[in-house]
Every structure is written in structure tokens, then in C-alpha cells.
Design a protein around this ligand. Structure first.
Ligand SMILES: Nc1ncnc2c1ncn2[C@@H]1O[C@H](COP(=O)(O)OP(=O)(O)O)[C@@H](O)[C@H]1O
Ligand SMILES: [Mg+2]
Length: 299
């Protein structure tokens, strides 16, 4: 399109969501982003990630989505993400950032050695056989490092599923038995923050908005488990911490969860695919618009 002396190149994007997830918070993301892109006259199409768009054929990548200029990747499927990227499509977020955030231990490792406060965390010992024996020295050692009660997490859990608060050595052994054949972590329980945390949205390394999440009935502050969100203006310390994490992990967009420990904020988790429905409702901030504008400025 030519206007005056300027060339306006119309960009075309695709929004990909998981093939099998139909929960309303995931659908909301795509619908809201489509609305905001269309207000900006940007063509986007929303697809479920079930078209098998990428094939490695004759040693090369055949990408059915090569006509698009960008992809808002709201899935965590790392194979498709990596192939799309390798064949030249710009993904928001990038495949490597998504993969690191999807795995809670990889997130803590990536953030470590950067002055980021986090709960004390121990990677679980992986077992390759269901009949592998948990020696008594293993829970003993974990208790000596983290004390009881402690948190046990599946590395790939989300929405509060796959998190366990264990209060006794017996409960710890039971959860070790249950999780031994899948990636998992052990973590100090930040009791001062039980049932509440602060969720901060960062776009392009810059703070956008925040809410406090509080659950009166559970130690987990996930909205999906009944926590309520309330808009807050976080402290400068929290904002700086969230922006620093987003930069270290090279995230275009993320939701960062901060627990309030006795000596200040501690990073609980970084969500590359943070649902923003609850945040838009609690704060009145148009998160979809801010993300869509950032994307168009950065392709
Ligand atoms: N170490 C911890 N100490 C206290 N509470 C925690 C800890 N880890 C997680 N939680 C609580 O559990 C919730 C879910 O844990 P999180 O690691 O964010 O996993 P998910 O991906 O399932 O949201 C957190 O929002 C927080 O309220
Ligand atoms: Mg979380």
C-alpha cells in the first residue's frame, strides 16, 4: 500500500493456541488479541495448534505458515514453536523463553546467579523405573535443607495443580514416590505468603499492571483455585524485580508471581503464557491492546 512517500507494509499474523485445551481463560486470550489487532487494522487469524503445519522433509523444513509475518504463540508446544522459528517466523514469546518458563526448575536455574531472590529450591532426583527405591537418606537430606512443611512441585504443573504442601516426613516420602518418574522440585515453604502473591504483567521488559491474588481457603493463590484478584500499585522493588526477570528470560510478555517473604519479595514463578483475563477484570488495564501494540512495534 502506498500513501504519500511512505510505504505501509500490511502485516499478517497468526495466533496459535493449544490443540486440546478448551478452557475459557485460554480462549479469552486469543479472542481479545484478535479484537485489538483488528482495531489496528492488522489481519490475524486464530488457529488451534492441530494442523501439523511443519514437516521436516528431505532434510528441510516445510512450513505451511510461511505467509505470516508473526505468530502469537499461546501454546507451550516446543517442537512446533522451534520449527516455526527456525523457518523464519517471529514468535511472541520466543520458543526458548517459553521452554524455560514451562519448566519451573529451568526457570529457577536461568534466574540464578543474577541477584534474584527466590525460595530455596532443590531439583528432584529423576528415577527411570517405577520400582526405583527411595532411600531414607533422601527425605532426611531434603528436610535438613528445607525443613518441614515444604513445597513439592511438578516441574510442568500449572494453575495450582501439581503443587503439594507436605507437613511430615511420611507425606514427603509419599509425594517423592508419586513424582519420582517425572521432573519435579522441592522448595522452601514461604509461610508469610501463604494463600497470596503479587502477579505482575511485564511487556517488552516494562511493567504494565499488577494485582494481588488472595485465596482465603488454600495456600495456593491461583485464580483457577478460587483466589480473588485486586488491583494494586506494587512497590518499586517488586517492579524492578519483575522487569529484571523478564529481561533475563528474554520475554516479550509474561506474568511474574512474587511471594512476600520475611525479607522481601521472592520470585515464585514466571509465566510466559500468563492468562490476562483476570488481570484485565481486576485492574481495568487493556493488556491485550498493550501486547498487540508491542508486537506490531517489534516485527
Ligand atoms: N514456595 C512456596 N511457598 C509458598 N507458597 C507457594 C510456594 N510455591 C508456590 N506457592 C503457592 O502455590 C501457587 C502455585 O504455585 P506455582 O509455582 O505458581 O505453580 P502453578 O504453575 O501451578 O501456578 C503460587 O501462586 C503460590 O500461591
Ligand atoms: Mg503460578
Amino acid at each position: 500500500m502506498i500513501k504519500g512517500n511512505w510505504f505501509f507494509i500490511v502485516k499478517k499474523g497468526i495466533i496459535l493456541t493449544n490443540a486440546f485445551t478448551h478452557i475459557s481463560s485460554a480462549e479469552y486470550q486469543a479472542v481479545r488479541l484478535c479484537e485489538e489487532f483488528s482495531r489496528m487494522n492488522i489481519q490475524v487469524c486464530h488457529k488451534k495448534n492441530r494442523e501439523y503445519p511443519c514437516v521436516i522433509d528431505g532434510g528441510n523444513i516445510v512450513n505451511e505458515y510461511s505467509q505470516y509475518d508473526f505468530c502469537v504463540y499461546l501454546d507451550k508446544d516446543k517442537y512446533i514453536a522451534q520449527i516455526l522459528e527456525k523457518s523464519g517466523l517471529r514468535l511472541f514469546n520466543t520458543s526458548s523463553s517459553i521452554a524455560v518458563c514451562d519448566d519451573k526448575m529451568l526457570t529457577h536455574i536461568a534466574l540464578s546467579e543474577n541477584g534474584i531472590p527466590m525460595p530455596k529450591t532443590v531439583p528432584g532426583a529423576l528415577c527411570y523405573h517405577p520400582d526405583g527405591v527411595i532411600e531414607d537418606s533422601m527425605p532426611e537430606r531434603l528436610i535438613s535443607i528445607l525443613d518441614l512443611p515444604m513445597i513439592v512441585k511438578e516441574s510442568y504443573g500449572s494453575m495450582g495443580k501439581g503443587i503439594y504442601l507436605v507437613k511430615t516426613k511420611n507425606e514427603l516420602i509419599k509425594s517423592m514416590e508419586k513424582l519420582k518418574c517425572m521432573p519435579h522440585i522441592f522448595q522452601e515453604f514461604v509461610k508469610e505468603s501463604s494463600g497470596k502473591d503479587v502477579r505482575i504483567i511485564v511487556i517488552g521488559g516494562k511493567y504494565l499492571c499488577a494485582m494481588e491474588r488472595k485465596n482465603e481457603n488454600d495456600y495456593r493463590s491461583n485464580i483457577e483455585l478460587g483466589a480473588l484478584g485486586r488491583a494494586i500499585q506494587p512497590s518499586d522493588e517488586y517492579i524492578a524485580l519483575a522487569e529484571k526477570c523478564a529481561k533475563i528470560l528474554k520475554l516479550d510478555y509474561c506474568g511474574i508471581d512474587i511471594l512476600q517473604g520475611k525479607n522481601g519479595g521472592m520470585i515464585c514463578e514466571v509465566n510466559s503464557n500468563a492468562f490476562f483475563g483476570g488481570m484485565e477484570k481486576a485492574t481495568g488495564v487493556n493488556v491485550a491492546k498493550a501486547y498487540a501494540e508491542y508486537i506490531i512495534e517489534n516485527i
